[in-house]
Ligand binder design. Structure first.
Ligand code: ARG
Ligand code: ZN
Length: 851
């Protein structure tokens, strides 16, 4: 595969499809190596439709094909079929054979441990049968599944009929093919019921393989909570008699919102306290909500084309974030999201893979399920809501659902409902959808005659394919504190629209301390030069939790930057301020635990780059450790206290209060392990009755390289729990010293339980490897080479998963030698025989910036 073989698709070329399928009837005869799929579709041609019709189809064996009952000979290519059709409505019928067992791409219909399962978003349906596989082509589906020894046969919609060896499903809602799903297997269910706001009774099921029954209860509760929440907050009701969720072990992503039949990666649904950590419980709850919320934002209103992907994903991420904020702690969730944005989306937005929230072109759509489409897309909606206000947001959403129900919509449609409800012109705001790159906002302050002036300047660096940038609309939430920390100006929203803009605060007696970008009111990189004194004042007194946290983050960032370049930095005063903040029992323990999570290495690297200073990943690694060591040594007594105070007596619950206390206790444990040679952690590991406690203790021991064979014991204890073993793999990568990383990873890939074909397992080693900053960017180049070796191996099996993992290369290199090493690794990947389109696109984009 070379670049030339890849076809670029452009937004500007969009054309509606000239044939409309009215009713789709599918019959599946399931067999591992030769599944037969028969389809019968009534098509209505548009008035100006051409004489030939194109249907997507890939890797299909065509058995027969008919139009209005007459056999026809379509023209076949590796992308689909083209055939002559009448100008009036006609019936298309065809039969194909596919091989689910050979399908290791986990896209289309495949087998996972004996269970048939599908994944069709974005373009998997074309691997199942011939069809106009695009989101703006919607139809009503009726699906008959036949299989001998499989008791459970599921598809979308309502169950119409079932009998010995078959089931018939009918989905009354028009949908695009990417929302089609089918499952067949020997499954057991965890049933429940839900009564909707209008009194309709809905059957709920979570389907799992036998042995996983004990991991369904939490997911079911989360599902019911999500259903209620969407009714209460968005007025959205469920619309079928039944809602099924299926857990599958081999899955490329978190989960999929297929109409009435959500399919979940086991790791994103199965949970119980023994095997699941607090963090995983929260993630599972959010994913269940996310997929459920898609029923309205995604399914009832879908996307016209894949360039509009953020229309459903950005909005649904925004909705699931609101849900988590309501259920748990809003400030804690906001800080978590900012951390994630800065550590995943900002690097994407400033590297070779940068693209707008609505891209203009792509080669492989599966490469665009990114942090930019999802998380930045959600941030854009958060900004819109800030700008128009909560009430107008609610009105606009009501209009969106009313106006576009049943549509395949666009970003323009979305913005129009806001313009129509508020009367505001959103032309400039739309730029957030079209322009890639994180705006850098610099702040300068001036105080004169009682007037405090904040001047902002925004700049967005060029990104691939976009050299010229125009100013964004940036909502900047600002508050003012007096020099003694009292709030003298409550949060005010400033709306920046120009490249350079000033805002005055008048009538002040003394120079205030500004708290800028409260609640992280825009996804921008803020540069606000100010003294440590001011930052410590904000850390101690700001009423805005995000900025309290961020003041601390900025303090640490500067210290780490100095430590990793000059090798020294004066820490004592800062550490006192931090100790005071985390020792303050009036503050939420979850928040205090967040104060204890230092800036990530890549954030430190970006900070150094912004200041045009050298980046040495190994030095950053040591800087982070030494700062932590200082903290642990200087404040041991405080950590002992926090550890004791945050032990939980009552029964384990994964709720916000308990998780927060455990997070703080475990952050303390992590520090104590640096001074007690692992005594406390070993004890916790012995006595733990839940996975959060176990894994935190193990992680503390491994991180500090305290001599231990605990991790072997852990393996023996948990080897029958595949989800726990994923964590066991990942934690060893995450805690390896940079010089040992390749050695540790090599050993793990030789472990009997390592699997190339299971994405969760593969990612727990190779994905974690790409995130192990200092080891991956090792000066020897060994990290890049190791990664390339494994990507080459996995590409032949699973292109989607492999392509995603290529993004490890989007940051760095950090030296001339590093550049040569990275270039060699990428070139080796690109020269691989029959490299997939997916991986070729990713590697090519990365390669372009390595010249
Ligand atoms: N729509 C799914 C979700 O966000 C994810 C599908 C990802 N598909 C892909 N081809 N990467 O809930
Ligand atoms: Zn989604």
């Amino acid at each position: 595969m070379t670049q030339a073989d890849q076809e670029t698709i452009y937004l500007k070329d969009y054309q509606p499809y000239p044939f409309s399928p009215q009713n789709v009837h599918l019959t599946f005869q399931l067999a591992p190596e030769a599944t037969r799929v028969r389809s019968r579709i009534e098509f209505v041609p548009a008035p100006d439709a051409p004489e030939t019709m194109f249907l997507h189809g890939e890797k299909l064996k065509l058995i027969s094909c008919m139009i209005d009952g007459q056999g026809v000979e379509p023209h076949l290519s590796d992308k689909g079929m083209e055939l002559s059709v009448p100008a009036q409505p006609f019936v298309f019928e065809c039969e194909v054979e596919i091989n689910p067992k050979a399908n290791t791409s986990l896209d289309g219909l495949y087998l996972s441990k004996g269970m048939y399962c599908t994944q069709c978003e974005a373009e998997g349906f074309r691997k199942i049968t011939y069809y106009p596989d695009r989101p703006d082509v919607m139809s009503v589906f009726t699906v008959r599944i036949e299989a001998k020894d499989l008791p459970i046969l599921l598809s979308n919609g309502n169950l119409a009929e079932q009998g010995e060896g078959y089931a018939l499903w009918h989905d009354p809602w028009k949908k695009p093919s990417y929302l089609f799903a089918l499952v067949g297997g020997d499954l057991v269910h965890h049933p429940d019921r839900f009564t909707t706001m209008s009194g309709k009774d809905v059957e709920l099921n979570i389907w799992v393989r036998p042995g996983d029954e004990d991991k369904c209860a939490f997911g079911m509760e989360a599902l019911k909570t999500s259903m209620r929440w969407d009714e209460e907050v968005y007025g959205r009701e469920y619309d079928l008699d039944i809602f099924n969720i299926v857990a599958v072990d081999d899955f490329n992503m978190g989960a999929m919102e297929n109409k009435g039949l959500n399919i979940f990666n086991s790791a994103a649904i199965l949970a119980n306290p023994k095997t699941t950590t607090d963090g995983q419980f929260e993630r599972i709850e959010a994913i269940i909500a996310h997929e459920y919320f898609h029923n309205w934002t995604g399914n009832r209103i879908t996307c016209r084309d894949w360039f509009q992907l953020s229309l459903k994903e950005g909005l649904t991420v925004f909705r699931d974030a609101q849900f988590t904020s309501d259920l748990r702690s809003a400030p804690v969730k906001r800080i978590d999201d900012a951390i994630r944005l800065r550590s995943v989306q900002f690097p994407e937005d400033s590297g070779p893979l940068a693209h707008p929230v609505r891209p203009e072109s792509f080669v492989e759509i599966n490469n665009f399920y990114t942090a930019t489409i999802y998380e930045k897309g959600a941030e854009v909606i958060a900004m819109l809501k800030r700008i128009v206000g909560d009430e107008a947001y609610a009105k606009a959403l009501d209009l969106y659902f009313e106006r576009h129900d049943g549509d395949a919509a666009t970003i323009e449609d979305w913005l129009k409902v806001f313009e129509d409800t508020t009367g505001q012109d959103l032309t400039q705001f739309k730029n957030w959808y079209q322009q890639a790159g994180t705006p850098h906002v610099s702040v300068t302050e001036q105080f004169e005659n009682g007037t405090f002036t904040l001047t902002f300047e925004q700049k967005t660096a060029p990104t691939p394919g976009q050299t010229e940038k125009t100013p964004q609309v940036i909502p900047i939430a600002v508050g003012l504190l007096s020099q003694d920390g009292t709030e003298i100006q409550a949060t005010k929203l400033l709306k920046m629209t120009e490249e350079r803009q000033s805002f005055d605060f008048t009538g002040l007696k003394e120079r205030p301390v500004a708290s800028v970008l409260r609640d992280f009111s825009a996804p921008v990189q803020l540069h606000h030069p100010r003294s440590d004194q001011e930052r410590m004042l904000l850390l101690a007194h700001d009423s805005d939790p995000f900025n309290t946290w961020d003041a601390n983050n900025q303090l640490q960032l500067d210290l780490l930057a100095d430590l990793s370049t000059d090798g020294t930095a004066d820490q004592t005063q800062y550490l006192e301020a931090l100790a005071l903040a985390i020792g303050d029992n009036t503050r939420d323990p979850a928040f205090r635990a967040q104060l204890l999570s230092p800036p990530s290495s890549d954030q430190v690297a970006r900070h150094l780059q912004d200041q045009s200073r050298d980046v040495d990943p190994l030095k950053i690694y040591h800087a982070r450790r030494s700062l932590d060591q200082e903290l642990a040594t200087q404040h041991t007594a405080l950590f002992e206290r926090l550890y004791e105070e945050n032990q939980i007596e009552e029964d384990y619950k994964p709720n916000a209060a308990q998780s927060g206390a455990r997070a703080l206790a475990n952050a303390a444990l992590y520090r104590l392990t640096q001074v007690d040679e692992g005594e406390c952690a070993r004890q916790q590991l012995r006595e733990a009755n839940n996975m959060t406690q176990e894994l935190s203790a193990l992680s503390a021991l491994l991180s500090h390289h305290v001599e231990t064979d605990e991790h072997e014991a852990f393996y023996e204890r948990w080897k029958h729990e595949r989800l726990v073993i994923n964590n066991w793999f990942a934690i060893q990568i995450g805690t390896a010293a940079p010089d040992d990383l390749v050695k540790v990873a090599t050993r793990l890939t030789q472990h009997n339980d390592f699997e190339l074909k299971n994405p969760n397992r593969f990612r727990s080693v190779i994905g974690a490897f790409g995130g192990a900053f200092a080891g991956f960017h090792h000066p020897s180049g060994s990290g890049y080479a190791f990664m390339a070796d494994w990507l080459i191996k996995s590409d032949a099996i699973n292109p989607q998963m492999t392509a995603r993992l290529c993004s490890a290369f989007q940051q760095g290199p950090f030296s001339e030698d590093g550049k040569i090493h990275m270039r060699n690794a990428i070139d080796r990947l690109l020269q691989t025989d029959e490299l997939s389109v997916n991986t070729t696109e990713m590697a090519t984009r990365i390669r372009q910036t390595l010249n």
